[in-house]
Design a protein around this ligand. Structure first.
Ligand code: ACO
Length: 448
């Protein structure tokens, strides 16, 4: 199989959201702390009728319908998620309900978990399957589904929720450049979920930022090395038409891109002009550790990077700013934003992706974009995504109502024997929702 990659994709996020500006007032923090300090505009969240299973049922059903794919044509289904609902039964098995009723139970794959990286692991598994000798000619589907919620405090405004489904196969408009991959994996306690009675993570916010940037450096250098070995020339950021980052919050994406500019400066790459070199020169002898903590370097490199950030990154930030951190789905939601804003202009371009999951696992990889053929064409993908339509149809909750919802969800997490209010008036037709968890913890869903 050639040009294996993403043939089609769809995204679902809850229609319920809270404005960051309203949260700033409610949380009595200084004005601009969430909007400018974190760079976030709005945050989606699940109410009691939605969860990672309902969202993934919704998005997979929608993907199959909108691209007119017979469920029998699916041979592999992989899920990436870090939202634990069951410690044994995979989310994938819930999704089998869609395929069983069409008589297809011959579908490989289960769930992959490591913080926000599970979706990328699932994607690599699926692509590897299509490229392998065990491939049977059918499509794969990768689902990234997460509900990111934090305890009260500075991390709470960095929540979000969404599910993405991607159809995988050969001759894809979004094709992997499989040879260029750089990974960095190590042991860290930056963000983890050791308390199985709570949905909330334990998070060392500052450490997680540093871990993210260190992993970025390491992946980028390895990516460059591999490129240089294979292509016989240096790789630098101007060789990427666009760069998409995992987006816990927008400020970190701005810092990450600036970091790549700084690394290119240290590598004496051609992407850095004389004026930029002069500005960055005072920071050329910092040790790695010093450079992660140096606020002046952060400021100067962001300033130097600004024009390139606008050209290569800004268009990827639309959904992550509006929906928040979607954990496994964040990187692919950022990519969907790019597709949505560039459509066919993206054909022929190289898009570099950076995936990060705390704990920690990270990979930088790249796509080569082609125009594709209907229904797997860039223009049809953009039609199906309908991001503006989905964003416009949202309902804003007040911070008080958001907090009330979080309290109810805390109570419901890991609970049994309850029925939901079944208030699905805000949900679009076709959306799945949770109706009941019975005395055996079995979960039941209905479709609106
Ligand atoms: N106007 C403008 N900017 C402001 C304002 C204001 N009124 N107030 C604060 N800021 C700025 C700060 O200067 C700081 O900017 P800087 O990062 O450029 O220095 C920024 O807002 C954040 O403020 P801090 O006080 O430094 O940090 P805070 O205590 O608010 O915590 C954090 C932020 C660490 C991101 C927290 O939200 C968190 O822990 N989030 C979850 C962890 C996370 O997402 N980590 C990322 C990778 S791991 C993952 O993906 C889950």
């Amino acid at each position: 199989a050639k040009n294996v990659g993403i043939l089609a994709l769809d995204i679902y996020f809850p229609p319920t959201c809270v404005q960051q500006e309203a949260l700033e007032v409610h949380d009595r923090v200084s004005k601009g702390k969430y909007i400018v300090g974190l760079g976030q505009d709005c945050m989606a969240f699940c109410t009691e009728v939605e969860d990672v299973i309902s969202m993934s049922l919704t998005v997979v059903t929608s993907l199959l319908e909108k691209y007119n794919i017979d469920p029998k044509q699916i041979g592999r289904l992989e899920v990436g998620s870090e939202t634990v609902i069951d410690k044994s039964k995979s989310i994938k098995t819930f999704l089998m309900q869609i395929f069983e009723k069409c008589g297809n139970t011959d579908i490989e794959g289960v769930d992959s978990t490591n913080a926000c990286y599970g979706g990328t692991a699932a994607l690599f598994n699926c692509v590897n399957w299509v490229e392998s000798s065990s491939w049977d000619g059918r499509y794969g589907i990768v689902v990234c589904t997460d509900s990111a919620v934090y305890a009260e405090g500075p991390a709470r405004p960095t929540g979000g929720a969404a599910a993405i489904a991607m159809l995988i196969g050969p001759d894809a408009p979004i094709a992997f450049e499989s040879k260029f991959r750089g990974s960095h994996m190590s042991h860290a306690y930056d963000f983890y979920k050791p308390n199985l009675a709570s949905e909330y993570p334990v998070v060392d916010g500052k450490l997680s930022q540093t871990c993210y940037l260190m992993a970025l450096d390491s992946c980028y250098k390895r990516f460059c090395d591999k490129y240089e070995k294979l292509e016989g020339k240096q790789f630098c950021i101007t060789d990427a038409d666009n760069i998409v980052f995992h987006s816990p919050y927008n400020k970190l994406v701005q810092k990450s891109f600036a970091r790549l500019v700084y690394i290119d400066f240290l590598r004496n790459a051609r992407s850095i002009d004389e004026a930029a070199k002069e500005k960055l020169a005072p920071y050329s002898t910092l040790t790695g550790d010093e450079s992660y903590q140096n606020k002046d370097l952060e400021k100067v490199s962001q300033q130097v990077a600004k024009p390139l950030y606008i050209a290569k990154v800004e268009r990827t930030t639309h959904l992550p700013k509006q929906v928040g951190n979607m954990y496994t789905a964040s990187l692919y939601a950022a990519f969907a934003s790019l597709l949505y804003s560039m459509e066919c202009e993206l054909a022929g371009k190289r898009v570099v992706m950076f995936s990060y999951g705390s704990g920690l696992t990270a990979t930088m990889f790249s796509f080569k974009i082609h125009e594709g053929q209907h229904p797997f064409s860039l223009s049809n993908i953009v039609n199906v995504l309908n991001l503006d339509g989905k964003l416009d149809a949202r309902h804003e909750f007040s911070p008080e109502k958001f907090i009330e919802t979080m309290k109810l969800m805390e109570h419901r997490y890991g609970a049994k024997d309850f029925v939901t209010s079944k208030d699905c008036s805000r949900l679009a037709p076709g959306t799945y929702y949770l109706t009941e968890v019975d005395s055996m913890y079995r979960r039941f869903y209905a479709q609106k």
